[in-house]
Design a protein around this ligand. Structure first.
Ligand SMILES: [Zn+2]
Length: 571
């Protein structure tokens, strides 16, 4: 650790000596100019009417139409168990009768998989999980042949394997480890931030489990299995038999470990209590309500009421999502608005009819004819409370209108939506394995069985990725403490860079002064052998938190000297 500091110190001394007489450039601000009237966060547009003219299905003769992705994401190394996603073109009529076969250079079949919907988003793709064991292969380029079956469409994908020796810490030495707390078995990756904090995480898990058990009035029967992922996937939490939670220092989705864990634990006990349908809107609403917030503790009713005050730009619509539509397409609706409304709705129902009556209703919703959740909810509402779904919505909206909505609530809700839309935009553009609708989420027990760590540890980490993630972490930090002006500006910086990248601008980080500053800091830290995790603005100076060899977080003070951010002398 000291060697790196010393090298940086020497470099800075040289820099200072050479540039002593150069006039200093003005200190760039790491916070941002105030938001302008045009900076509003628009919720993701809701799907409207289908197009009247459907384009003809494309011919399946051009392999270039298929998007092929490899895992683990962030470079492939000798020794990896490589997975592949072959994503069908949007307009293609490909179903489970079509498969992809992959053959290596020696003519051996590595795997075959039929096309099927993948992830929450149901993307049509052939998924070949851990199909190629690269242990013992030469570093360098390898050709894999892909064939669509049946048919004669074939093409070649060239994969470059990097030498195993180039795999840095912690991954080169990481392996699965386990921590046992009262409630839980926590699986984590050695050498990462999860190992550093594992004791506190176990204690927190016990507190959350106790709270969830108290709220439901039943205990967890078996230890809860929690897999801690050292990379961001989705919004940081999933429950699928066991719980998966992202825990890392540069967690750019800002998810709070305690809240996400509590939310996912609610899903586990909720499913154990049973019920025929348990519509997504109410299941997620229940988790948000019992957790007291979605991504952070939040008063649900007044924040949901703020949606009625926020307007979609160039329209007369507010941000509130009609409940019938929300119930029927919950996971495809604007994420933060959907969860907030669902949580507030469950709170309203529990406050109105009591927990027992709500619980009886919720567990007595049945799969309807036609498959619409809204119909099922409507039927159960009439039986249990004598109101239709439409009448419930009128009552709910009346209750929202009685809430005391402050400007802070409006700002916070608006910027929360803006923040998460931006984080997802980043994922879609640059960290595609993480995007929640099609997240790459291999099975934890199987990963542990085969000793696979890379899928939950490695992720794209170029200076560009690190910079944008650090900006998102800062934006979330500003949001958490109510510094809305800085939050808005920092989120805007990310968007301007992504806009510039979309436009093919040569130096996209120059699109925004805050982004340019972060980019310079990221590059300086990388050059000095540090992994940048967080940037904290301290006015005239900046405190960065970095790792060097291990997971220890090292604070480094930077000053704006001679036109660039430099370490303070003596650090
Ligand atoms: Zn959930």
């Amino acid at each position: 650790m000291r060697r790196g500091f010393f090298a940086l110190y020497l470099l800075l001394m040289v820099t200072l000596a050479c540039q002593g007489l150069v006039p200093a450039a003005p200190t760039p601000t790491l916070t941002s100019p105030p938001p302008t009237a045009t900076v509003t966060a628009s919720p993701t547009p809701i799907a409207t009417t289908p197009p009247t003219l459907t384009p003809p299905p494309i011919e399946l003769s051009d392999p270039a139409d298929f998007d092929v992705r490899f895992h683990p994401d962030g470079g492939l190394y000798v020794g990896d168990l490589v997975s592949m996603e072959v994503i069908a073109p949007l307009d293609a009529e490909i179903d489970g009768n079509v498969s992809v076969q992959v053959v290596n250079g020696e003519g051996e079949i590595l795997g075959e998989s039929t096309f099927a919907p993948f992830g929450i988003g149901g993307r049509q793709q052939a998924t070949l999980e851990w199909m190629w064991d690269t242990a013992g292969l030469e570093a360098g380029a390898h050709d894999l042949s892909l064939a669509l079956l049946p048919g004669d469409v074939t093409w070649t994908e060239t994969i470059v394997l990097l030498p195993q020796e180039q795999l840095g810490l912690p991954e080169s030495e990481s392996q699965w480890a386990i921590e046992e707390s009262d409630c839980c078995l926590l699986y984590y990756l050695a050498g990462t931030a999860t190992e550093r904090d594992i004791q506190a995480l176990g204690e927190s898990a016990d507190e959350q489990a106790q709270d969830v058990a108290d709220k439901f009035g039943i205990d967890f029967e078996e230890p809860i299995e929690i897999t801690l992922m050292s990379r961001v996937i989705g919004h940081g939490g999933f429950a699928a038999g066991e719980i998966y939670i992202s825990y890392l220092d540069r967690n750019y989705t800002g998810s709070d470990f305690d809240l996400v864990l509590h939310h996912e634990m609610v899903h586990i006990l909720d499913s154990r209590l049973g019920g025929n349908l348990r519509p997504s809107m109410l299941a997620e609403g229940l988790a948000v309500y019992l957790t007291g917030g979605h991504f952070k503790p939040e008063p649900l009713m007044p924040r949901a009421a703020a949606l009625l005050d926020l307007m979609v730009p160039d329209s007369s619509s507010d941000w509130y999502l009609p409940l019938e539509m929300l119930a029927d397409s919950f996971y495809k609706s604007q994420h933060e608005i959907g969860y907030l409304q669902a949580g507030a709705l469950v709170e309203y129902m529990v406050e109105t009819w009591g927990w027992d009556a709500f619980s009886s209703f919720y567990r007595d919703i049945h799969h309807p004819h036609g498959g619409k959740h809204s119909t099922a909810i409507d039927d159960a509402l009439v039986i249990h409370f004598g109101v239709t779904f439409a009448e419930l919505e009128l009552l709910f909206r009346e209750a929202l209108l009685e809430q005391n909505v402050t400007q802070d609530y409006r700002d916070d809700v608006r910027l929360t939506v803006y923040f998460y839309n931006t984080a997802r935009r980043y994922q879609n553009a640059m960290d595609t394995s993480a995007y929640f609708l099609t997240a790459w989420l291999p099975d934890g027990p199987t990963m542990r069985q085969y000793g696979v760590v890379a899928d939950f540890l490695r992720h794209p980490s170029s200076p560009e990725h690190i910079t944008l993630e650090a900006l998102l972490v800062s934006a979330d930090g500003y949001l958490q403490i109510g510094r809305y002006r800085e939050a808005a500006g920092t989120i805007r910086a990310v968007n301007w860079v992504l806009d510039a990248m979309d436009e093919g601008v040569a130096e996209p980080f120059l699109a925004h002064p805050v982004a340019a500053s972060y980019y310079q800091i990221a590059k300086v830290m990388i050059e000095q052998g540090y992994k940048l995790q967080q940037v904290q603005d301290q006015g005239e100076s900046v405190l960065v938190l970095v790792n060097e060899f291990g997971s220890e977080l090292i604070p480094i003070q930077l000053d704006w000297v001679e036109g660039q951010w430099q370490m303070e002398q003596g650090q």
